[in-house]
Write a protein that binds this ligand. Structure first.
Ligand code: HEC
Ligand code: HEC
Ligand code: HEC
Ligand code: HEC
Length: 253
């Protein structure tokens, strides 16, 4: 009888200590050390916790070869690590020029900027949490550490992100219009390249500069279409390509 009681008490003590170990481990998981950490420490610890995230980072545009580490976006401390990474400023520190300029001139860019102080940046980058999308909302959507907008993901993935806030029909129309804009820009690019290639003075500095200019302005159309930025579709894009064609013809004559 006494043995049975002792056995039961031991059993309960054992259960309690297992429970306390589980609670302890869960707490340790939830409250990580604050840092500062080096990039290789971030990678090594998070490789165990988020192997899929680390795989995406290695395959994506910010792979180790790009020189962009975890702390480039998150800072080296855990406090506010996600908040820092979600704000546009973190991206535009490195990505200046047409990539971020086209976005900042778009309706999304303007809304995101003027409402930045009302936005709760602690919220994950998901539909419903943000009124207008910022850089990370589209390119690192929902914790994706590759590029969600990358061409090899296909248009369906990009459209799916827009459909979080716009109607499917509206989004399909925007994409069809974007496709037409790019087709027209490609016709101009091909025409300009062919004019240069068949010119007697094709190797001159002036024409090779104009060839670069064509490529640059074709890319502006892509930024304009991708970032829904009329300024880049129309001012820095299509008319700029038309100007290149006129200058190429002048230079050849
Ligand atoms: C010793 C292990 C360890 C190291 C080193 C470490 N982390 Fe963490 N990190 C954790 C744990 C634990 C959590 C919380 C649980 C989780 O999300 O896995 C966490 C959470 C995070 C989060 C999510 C925060 C949130 O609010 O959801 C981010 C972002 C993050 N870490 C980035 C980093 C960066 C950047 C570095 C390097 C500067 C780093 N971590 C270094 C263990 C680590
Ligand atoms: C190009 C910028 C960038 C780089 C580089 C980057 N992150 Fe992130 N990371 C983000 C953004 C933005 C978020 C927030 C995603 C969201 O809110 O859905 C995030 C979220 C996270 C989270 C939380 C994921 C979740 O689902 O809650 C962890 C953990 C994390 N990053 C760890 C890392 C580690 C470790 C590295 C280095 C291997 C790294 N990040 C590199 C931008 C970056
Ligand atoms: C420390 C600098 C740095 C930071 C911060 C950074 N990037 Fe990058 N990013 C790079 C480099 C370097 C590359 C690779 C070379 C290139 O394509 O420009 C790159 C590539 C990219 C590409 C692919 C471009 C292409 O033409 O395929 C995208 C998209 C991108 N970054 C978006 C972002 C976003 C969104 C953020 C913020 C969440 C961000 N980056 C933060 C440096 C940075
Ligand atoms: C997080 C929500 C959100 C996402 C995601 C989003 N948008 Fe928007 N978009 C908005 C808001 C809000 C406006 C401003 C609406 C207004 O005029 O009041 C807007 C405006 C626009 C406009 C300008 C409309 C005009 O009248 O000038 C276009 C075009 C557009 N979005 C296309 C897209 C496309 C394409 C995508 C995906 C690549 C996308 N949006 C993703 C919220 C979003």
């Amino acid at each position: 009888m006494a043995a049975a009681v002792i056995y039961r008490i031991r059993y309960i003590v054992c259960l309690l200590s297992m429970l306390s170990l589980a609670v302890h481990t869960a707490l340790a998981n939830e409250i990580p050390a604050q840092g500062p950490f080096t990039d290789s420490e971030c990678v090594s610890c998070h490789s165990d916790r988020n192997p899929e995230l680390i795989r995406q980072w290695r395959n994506g545009p910010h792979d180790p070869a790009s020189g962009v580490g975890c702390s480039s976006c998150h800072g080296s401390l855990h406090a506010d690590a996600n908040v820092k990474a979600r704000k546009n400023q973190g991206c535009t520190n490195c990505h200046e020029g047409p990539a971020s300029h086209s976005y900042s001139k778009s309706k999304h860019g303007v809304l995101n900027r003027i409402e930045a102080h009302e936005q709760d940046w602690r919220k994950p980058l998901k539909s419903g949490n943000y009124r207008a999308p910022g850089s990370a909302y589209c390119h690192l959507h929902d914790g994706d550490h590759d590029d969600t907008m990358s061409a090899d993901r296909g248009p369906e993935v990009r459209q799916w992100i827009c459909v979080g806030c716009h109607s499917p029909r509206y989004v399909r129309e925007q994409f069809a219009n974007g496709r037409r804009q790019l087709d027209i820009a490609d016709l101009k690019l091909t025409e300009g390249k062919q004019l240069i290639a068949s010119a007697a003075n094709s190797q001159t500095k002036e024409l090779s500069k104009l060839r670069q200019s064509l490529i640059y302005h074709r890319r502006n159309v892509l930024y304009g279409v991708g970032h829904q930025s009329p300024d880049y579709q129309w001012w820095h894009g299509q008319p700029a390509l038309d100007g290149d064609l006129i200058r190429i013809r002048d230079a050849i004559e």
